[in-house]
Design a protein around this ligand. Structure first.
Ligand SMILES: [Zn+2]
Length: 183
């Protein structure tokens, strides 16, 4: 696998690309590793990030989907900031929680790498309760592209934590979420 990075970090320059052993077989496969673990077993900073993402669902404006998403990200210096999805009657005007937080960070701390982002979701009547949805808040394609470019730009891994009830899906590098990223 092709890794670069320092400080113990790993970042796939490209996703692991598996080639078939059969020379006549033109098939290739992308693959990446992730963990699913109890939020309680995460490191303290990551646990705090998940907590802040859940709280951030309270700032969501989602009258059309009733799907309140919160995102919290941590900069390299430990600063944490949050965002929430903001919908609009003109649907394309709306912005996801991830990009709300990411754009704020990049506009106000352009020199600071984003170390990790946690995403949590809750239904309208249960803001803050990440057990109120029945699936993890997988980022949409636009957010995957934005996260991947942030990672490429900063050249350090951007960890993605998806809060699913009391558990979190931990993806070590945002680039893993979008093979064939547009560049
Ligand atoms: Zn999105």
């Amino acid at each position: 696998m092709d890794y670069s990075g320092d400080n113990g970090y790993i970042i796939p320059k490209k996703l692991l690309l598996l080639h078939s052993d059969n020379q006549n077989d033109k098939m290739s496969t992308f693959s990446f590793e992730y963990q699913r673990m109890p939020v309680a077993e995460l490191s303290e900073p990551d646990r705090e990030l998940c907590r802040r993402a859940a709280i951030a669902t309270g700032g969501s404006y989602a009258p059309y989907s009733n799907y309140n998403v919160g995102a919290a990200l941590r900069l390299a210096d430990g600063t944490v900031m949050a965002g929430a999805n903001q919908e609009n009657a003109s649907y394309p005007c709306g912005t996801c929680a991830e990009r709300t937080a990411l754009n704020y960070a990049q506009a106000n701390y352009p020199q600071m790498a984003v170390e990790a982002i946690a995403v949590a979701a809750a239904h309208e009547q249960h803001r803050g309760d990440t057990t109120s949805t029945h699936r993890p808040p997988y980022p949409c394609g636009l957010c995957r592209q934005a996260l991947a470019e942030t990672e490429h730009r900063q050249q350090t891994p951007l960890k993605v934590l998806l809060v699913d009830g009391d558990e979190a899906i931990v993806i070590p590098s945002a680039s893993c979420l979008l093979p064939f990223t547009f560049e």
